[in-house]
Design a binder for this molecule. Structure first.
Ligand code: BES
Ligand code: MG
Ligand code: ZN
Length: 495
């Protein structure tokens, strides 16, 4: 979608559809809608009255303008109560409006910078983000593709003095949303295509396009580094593991070095502790963390934050075969810690253990954030719309949480209860990879904490929000790209 700024008043904006917003409590149309309505000869007020339009969120009304204004149709989207409008209200309203415009066959859509109680930049980002996220489709594997596509979106604002700020906000909104689409595509593509080799190839493309540094370690090199936890998971698969390390260097001096680590299980069958059929069905999404991290790295060269950013993905499948890891096996992680495999389906934390060790010893970051579809327990705790956050450093957690809030991704902190380490005791090794059922998301965090040393670290368990079984306001069924916008907001210090 091409996105630009249209420096004109609403009543002069053209396009197949012009989208404007209305608030619940407004009895009369406020300016500049009143001006638009006057140009329309009172048509908008009349239609809204006739349809008993109340301006509630999700409400939508549109009409043909018959040449009274340059736009062919005007669409009004409800924004709810003015005092309660948030950036998320704007994102969802823009998404619903542009989606409907698309379904009406619109190719060029003009849209007001919705949400006037909010800061201008936030509003513009939210409009653009909502429009792109809300019209995402995944049709790569279909013969018949929809021909209804919004090709051009124009944000309408009459004041040329705001053009610079608006153009910058448009750029950010677009980059963030397109990065999210990139992650969605990777997640939605099936595991017979997206295997570890595919992830490594994708990393290579990203490195080439963005002039990033890339190192992909093969199995033998990982063996040399002592990554027994990661390689144990890879034993059952015929697809070779790929340990991916991408680095972004800023143009100037880096203020900090940050590692972002994505869980990259391209398919999680559970291993010998095999998942039941309905639990396995969506496990192509077990690389959603990796997809998020790759999408972020693809976008950083355009955003140029003054940070050194290292992306690390220990990619593998978790499969069954005569070579697969057994329950009861003991493996040794890169930091020498021995792990008893209490359950082969708790594989993510094993791959992350070595990825974290690698980051700690080879990258030595100032801080690290991992993103992982780690536990069903986190879905039980927080449901499908919210990620769990665990940390060993509250200030870092607060910053990540603030970034998530800003982009509308829900994140909720879970307590790191050190006593739960008791539950991870093994009779034969330093630690077991599983604990008791209760507090499963916390147990996983406690397990991983053994591998982070004293580096400030945040773990995001995205098992719930990474994938959706139903259409959401900003995402159709399937991979959501959750985490991409939070990471980008965090890394670019978005306000
Ligand atoms: N990939 C799963 C977690 C998951 C579950 C992601 C549901 C998305 C939706 C992970 O590897 C896993 O299987 N975890 C086990 C851990 C258990 C064996 C301690 C789980 O949650 O059941
Ligand atoms: Mg598993
Ligand atoms: Zn998994």
């Amino acid at each position: 979608m091409k996105v630009s700024l249209l420096t004109k008043p609403l009543h002069a904006a053209d396009g197949d559809v012009l989208i404007v917003g209305a608030y619940a409590e407004d009895k009369r149309l406020p300016e500049p809608l009143a001006h638009l309505d006057r140009t329309l000869g009172g048509q908008m007020a009349e239609v809204l009255k006739e349809e008993q339009f109340q301006g509630k969120t999700g409400q939508l009304s549109h009409f043909y303008t018959a040449g009274r204004v340059p736009a062919k149709r005007v669409m009004v989207v409800g924004l709810g109560a003015r005092g309660q409008v948030t950036a998320e209200t704007v994102r969802r309203a823009a998404a619903a409006g542009v989606r409907r415009a698309r379904d009406l066959g619109a190719r060029v859509v003009s849209i007001d910078v919705l949400g006037d109680p909010l800061p201008l930049g936030q509003r513009a980002r939210a409009v653009v983000g909502g429009a792109i996220l809300g019209t995402y489709t995944f049709e790569r594997y279909r013969k018949e593709k929809t021909d209804k596509v919004v090709e051009e979106l124009r944000l309408v604002d009459p004041d040329a003095r705001r053009a610079e700020a608006l153009n910058e906000a448009i750029r950010i909104g677009q980059r963030f949303a397109e990065a999210t689409s990139f992650a969605r595509d990777l997640i939605n593509a099936p595991a017979n295509e997206v295997n570890p080799t595919y992830l490594a190839k994708t990393a290579a493309e990203i490195a080439r396009e963005g002039k990033l540094k890339l190192r992909v370690y093969e199995r033998a090199e990982c063996e040399k580094m002592g990554m027994g936890a990661y390689l144990g998971v890879a034993l059952g698969s015929d697809s070779p593991p790929k340990f991916i390390h991408l680095t972004y260097h800023p143009p100037g001096r880096a203020r900090r070095r940050v590692a972002i680590i994505g869980k990259g299980i391209t398919f999680d069958s559970g291993g010998l502790d095999l998942k039941p059929a309905d639990g396995m069905l969506r496990m192509k999404n077990d690389m959603s963390g990796a997809a998020a991290v790759l999408a972020v790295m693809r976008t950083l060269p355009a955003l140029k934050p003054p940070l050194e950013v290292h992306a690390i993905i220990a990619a593998t499948e978790n499969m069954v075969s005569g070579k697969a890891q057994r329950p009861g096996d003991i493996v040794r992680a890169m930091n020498g810690v021995t792990i008893e495999i209490g359950n082969t389906d708790a594989e993510g934390r094993l791959t992350l253990a070595d990825a974290l060790c690698y980051a700690v010893t080879r990258v030595k970051p100032d801080e690290m954030i991992d993103v992982a579809t780690l536990t069903g327990a986190c879905v039980v705790a927080l449901g499908s719309l919210c990620a769990g956050l665990l940390t060993n450093d509250q200030p870092l957690a607060d910053r990540v949480k603030a970034a998530a809030d800003l982009v509308g991704e829900r994140v909720w902190q879970l307590p790191m209860i050190d006593e739960y380490k008791e539950g991870l005791k093994s009779d034969v090794a330093d630690i077991n990879n599983v604990g008791p059922r209760g507090g499963g998301a916390i147990n996983a965090g406690i397990f991983m904490k053994e591998f982070v040393g004293d580096i400030p670290w945040v773990h995001l368990d995205i098992a719930g929000p990474a994938f959706s079984d139903k259409d959401l306001p900003l995402c159709p069924k399937g991979g959501t790209g959750f985490g991409v916008r939070t990471l980008l907001a965090y890394l670019t210090d978005l306000k």
